[in-house]
Write a protein that binds this ligand. Structure first.
Ligand code: BJW
Ligand code: ZN
Length: 263
């Protein structure tokens, strides 16, 4: 049974969407769950790979100690994502960009599905899984054109499959490249958090969609909106630390709730 929003709350939210001047949206893994992307936390084995918890693999420590294993983990993830498509939650948020003069969309997701849905200027707080970045000179390369990568270090470009060696070698300086994502213990890309925080501080309506609200500093963004006086709405099937702080916590799936809010 799809999520039913209480009628009085639905009326309230549609009214707020009609009159909002600046909207800020923070999304997390849950917004992509209905596309088939595993979340990190909250049940199942989604956050475990080869017996290691994801926060041990997606960490600065792993980058330093075992770059090939880090690539193997992200190649595995990219192969899972390759055929997945945006769901109604991504599509609704992309459509909102046409409705509001000011909509700021910040995501913790690295999957690129907001952009695939048509959203522009997405603030990707934790980077993007489809890009490699040089560990020395910061040159970037797209990994989109690569076909299925087996995960094993291959040593050289495979002409038959289109896969690059692991780790890829930077075409500018010859040093090793890394996945262009933000690992635990790393700083966010310069300016990205600050731009999102500006959007949060300036909004009058804020949506927090599909995030466990546990990871710093992204978890601060809805609090910034709240402190600035915005009406805040959480959409998540589970309660989070933000549920008790926000004005409205809708317990439901993003792909079912967001399209219902459309006015
Ligand atoms: C649905 C749904 C549906 C399901 N519809 N919803 C101690 C205290 C405070 C902070 C720290 C601390 N120790 C260390 C820190 C800092 C650390 C941190 O926050 N750790 C805490 C977890 C303890 N943060 C960092 O290290 C950050 N950097 C930083 O702080 O820099 C300063 C610094 C530098 C050096 C030293 C110390 C500080 C960087 C964080 C980078 C996070 N990176 C990851 C991995 C990215 C690469 C990869 O993809 O592998 O980003 S971790 C992972 O968590 C990923 C996510 O973006 C992020 C957030 O997760 P998210 O999106 O909330 O997903 P889930 O799975 O947690 O939740 C999904 C939700 O969806 C659930 O609630 C479901 O119910 C819901 N859901 N179906 C709607 N259909
Ligand atoms: Zn380089």
């Amino acid at each position: 049974m799809p999520t039913q929003i209480e009628p009085a709350l639905l009326t309230e939210l549609r009214g707020r969407l009609r009159t909002a001047r600046r909207v800020f949206v923070l999304t997390g893994a849950g917004v992509s769950a209905e596309s088939g992307v595993p979340t990190f936390r909250g049940g199942g084995q989604s956050g475990v790979w080869k017996g290691m918890p994801f926060d041990a693999i997606s960490s600065y420590r792993m980058l330093q100690s075992d770059l090939p294993a880090l690539w193997e983990w992200f190649d595995y993830r990219r192969n899972l994502l390759r055929d997945l498509r945006p769901n109604p939650a991504h599509l609704t948020l992309a459509a909102w960009q046409e409705k509001f003069a000011h909509l700021c969309l910040a995501t913790q997701n690295v999957d690129g599905l907001h952009t695939a849905a048509g959203s522009r200027d997405v603030h990707e707080l934790h980077g993007n899984i489809w890009t490699a970045r040089c560990t020395q000179c910061d040159a970037r390369e797209s990994l989109r054109e690569e076909t299925n990568v087996t995960g094993a270090a291959m040593g050289a470009t495979d002409a038959a499959t289109g896969a690059r060696e692991r780790p890829p070698v930077c075409r500018s300086c010859g040093n090793a490249m890394r996945p262009d994502v933000v690992l635990f213990g790393e700083m966010l890309p310069a300016g990205v958090f600050e731009q999102a925080a500006e959007g949060a501080a300036a909004c009058d309506l804020c949506f927090v969609v599909g995030t466990s609200s546990l990871v710093y500093p992204a978890m601060r963004l809805p609090e910034i909106a709240l402190e600035a006086g915005a009406y805040t709405v959480e959409i998540n099937p589970e309660a989070t630390p933000f549920s008790a702080l926000c004005h409205a916590a809708i317990q439901g799936r993003a792909g079912e709730v967001l399209p219902q809010l459309d006015y």
